[in-house]
Design a protein around this ligand. Sequence first.
Ligand code: ZN
Length: 472
Amino acid sequence: MKKIIKNGTIVTAADTFQGEILIEDGVITQIGANLNAAGAEVIDAKGCLVFPGGIDPHTHLDMPFGGTVTKDDFESGTIAAAFGGTTTIIDFCLTNMGEPLKKAIQTWHEKSREKAVIDYGFHLMISEINDEVLNELPHVIDREGITSFKVFMAYKNVFQADDETLFRTLVTAKDLGALVMVHAENGDVIDYLTKKALAKGNTAPIYHALTRPPELEGEATGRAAKFTGLAGSQLYVVHVSCAEAVKQIAEARSKGFDVWGETCPQYLVLDQSYLEKPNFEGAKYVWSPPLREKWNQDVLWNALKSGQLQTLGSDQCSFDFNGQKDLGREDFTKIPNGGPIIEDRLSILFSEGVKKGRISLNQFVDITSTRIAKLFGLFPKKGSIAVGADADIVIFDPSVERVISAETHHMAVDYNAFEGMEITGEPVSVLVRGEYVVRDKQFVGKPGSGQYLKRAKYNSNLPESENKPLSI
Ligand SMILES: [Zn+2]
């Protein structure tokens, strides 16, 4: 079935122009003016922006954590993502020490296969490096197309890997062509500060932030970046929240190290004071790293603008306030970490970033889609409006004003972290491989229609210079 998108303003990471897009068999086959589209269904995008579907590089759907499981699974999570203009996610596949990686990956396929309504891939968590793991990793890359590995420097005695594991993962990733992702906080010191706070009877949500100070994120980021330089490898720092971490990434890049940084909407618009909301409501804002003092927001925006940070992930990791977050009512360490963000990642960046003049429209596309596709081996099939690319397309009304609320969102959780926030801009229709998933703000997709994406090795499908940071 042919479709043609007419009358819209096409936006890519590089250009903004008026044009038509012809879609055949799920792929963009022509871009131009007055295209011959006999027999094609016409999609009128008058007054709208037309840009590549968002790629969320950081989601945790149907994930066990802290004695419970995230509320959104691959069905509700990807439906909410689609409403927000995201057409691809890359979710974190957790592994268990001593268990074959194959088994963990199988579990994640089972969670997602019949549920996802948009396309998806997996990152693989690395908690140990031993002969078994080293033997399996080439198959993980070649057979599964999983070309990014996640290492946690925090969550002591749960997910945390030691420095040797991180360093060996970097060396191995370099050899195999994978990108190493790191949760950069110093878990050992956090563990000590946490115990000390609890011993003093400091159990409220705000102590979650106070026991994870920004210095410990900066320290871990700098350590991981230095290891990367030493190993000649490549690193992607997830959920950068503060000035200390931005500084370390900028410094590493200035030395020519292949280091990248992601931030998330919550760090751009919310701050540490939210953890002090009364009646335990602060628990809704417990993320790791924690929300920071407000002045950090300007640093993060400037870093996106200047390219010191390159991507926006959601770190979607949702738990109900009633029944899940309240596991920590008497002890902040028992509050499940994370929040529901998958839905409004693009809209928040558009409204707060583009509309307020902090970033350009083309940067917006790069930050939410194109750069992510390039870093994670999905480009040029994903992340682009170009002939030959998958027709993953968002038709976005840049002028509609609305208020974010749990009353109207599509995530399965009982609250929204951005409740009451007034924003401008909303996806009207969203196509995945040329098929509507959202049409005129109505869900028309089908669980199980999302395809698993085998991703290319790091930088293997890009020109030599494309993904290298500049030496300043
Ligand atoms: Zn995460």
